[in-house]
Write a protein that binds this ligand. Structure first.
Ligand code: ADP
Ligand code: MG
Length: 257
């Protein structure tokens, strides 16, 4: 569905994506994980054609992504930008509605689609006239997701969609998001820096480091068969963090009980 062939991208002389080849399979969730600065967001920007690669080819359903095809191909993609990217001066409905209005959907169709999406994401319709500032973090994420889904794209790109949420809300939204992905059968690329989240969502996990893919496969492969020392270090650091979080949860439980 999405293929990168020897793709490179540099900014100001520093290589951000380094001769990268990968295939992202259709109707699966691919979790893209890696430390901060490893090129995850840049990879999504390349897929959606916001930035052209310096070298190599990007294919969407075997069709090369070029400056000519980018506009049309982009219509097939929904994109949740890191930190949500909602327009602060537009209310929730206007944010969700923006693209559909742009492409000329009549009001009735737009209203029906927004109703559908509110039901899907369990967003209260009575809050549609609120501005992003007036919504909770979890609600803002739902609005970002609805905006990305408005035109019913076959590809959904999510850049750390749960990154800014507190742990309770995050766990709740993780579960909901996973059931939404299951119902929709879309090609999903979800960026995260959290291995637990990657394992939870990803049919496949792609681990990025300094613009290169250091390993791809299942969670088990990364844990049991790290392909290079970096993978083992990354997995170890993440698992220690998970263990620490688990300990905290147990301590909290013990205090309550
Ligand atoms: P990640 O999402 O994994 O944290 P990014 O893709 O955002 O990483 O960034 C990778 C590297 O590329 C960083 O060092 C970042 O500073 C640099 N970078 C990303 N976008 C730009 C840009 N538009 N201009 C200059 N440097 C950029
Ligand atoms: Mg990023």
């Amino acid at each position: 569905m999405i293929r990168f062939e020897c793709v490179s991208k540099s900014y100001g002389g520093s290589v951000v994506i380094d001769n990268l080849t990968v295939t992202i399979r259709q109707n699966q969730t691919t979790a893209l994980i890696g430390p901060s600065g490893s090129g995850k967001s840049t990879l999504l920007e390349l897929i959606i054609g916001l930035e052209p690669p310096d070298k190599g080819a990007i294919l969407i359903d075997a069709e090369p992504l070029t400056s000519r095809s980018a506009f049309r191909l982009r219509r097939r993609m929904g994109y949740v930008i890191q930190d949500g990217g909602l327009f602060p001066h537009l209310n929730a409905r206007q944010n969700i509605d923006l693209m559909a209005k742009e492409v000329g959907w009549p009001l009735k169709r737009r209203r029906e689609r927004v109703d559908e999406l509110c039901a899907l994401t369990r967003f209260p319709p009575s809050a549609l006239d609120r501005f992003p500032m007036e919504l909770s973090g979890g609600q803002r994420q739902r609005v970002s997701l609805m905006r990305a889904l408005m035109l019913d794209p076959d590809i959904l790109l999510l850049d750390e969609p749960l990154g800014a949420l507190d742990p309770m809300i995050r766990a709740e939204l993780q579960g909901e998001l996973k059931s939404i992905f299951r119902d929709l059968t879309k090609t999903v690329v979800l960026v995260t820096h959290d291995l637990g989240e990657a394992a939870f969502f990803g049919d496949a996990i792609v681990l990025l480091h300094e613009g290169r893919i250091v390993q791809q496969g299942q969670f088990r492969d990364l844990v049991e068969r790290p392909g290079e020392p970096f993978v083992a270090r990354f997995v170890h650091a993440q698992l220690s963090r998970l263990a620490a979080m688990n300990d905290q949860a147990l301590v909290a439980q013990a205090r309550q009980g």
